[in-house]
Design a protein around this ligand. Structure first.
Ligand code: SF4
Ligand code: SF4
Length: 94
């Protein structure tokens, strides 16, 4: 199987995925809306104590931020897009 790439750069080398603010995340009272919303299997829930995890950061679509819309407490943050673009360009060698 070929390695997944974005703009010619291996996906695993691109630091883009949701960052959970645990001060704000309340797990949507047990029904995590971000997990339900995202079709890419990025999120999971750790048991005991229950906690939202970004289990598969590489599954997140580069520069997508859509799940932020469904998070009422505004607990999802993302990296700085221009900084990540710069990393991608550096890896591409231009
Ligand atoms: S939608 Fe927001 S509050 Fe709900 S589980 Fe996800 S990050 Fe936490
Ligand atoms: S940003 Fe998009 S792809 Fe990434 S976890 Fe959220 S909805 Fe899924």
């Amino acid at each position: 199987m070929s390695e997944e790439t974005y703009m010619g750069v291996p996906r695993k080398e691109i630091p883009w995925s949701p960052i959970v603010d645990y001060e704000k995340c309340n797990l949507c009272d047990g029904a995590p809306q971000c997990l339900k919303f995202c079709p890419h299997n990025v999120f999971g829930v750790e048991e005991d104590p229950p906690k939202l995890e970004v289990e598969n950061p590489d599954h997140c679509v580069v520069f997508c931020r859509s799940c932020r819309k469904v998070c009422a407490p505004n607990a999802l943050n993302f990296p700085n897009k221009p900084a990540v673009l710069k990393i991608i360009k550096e890896k591409r060698g231009y």
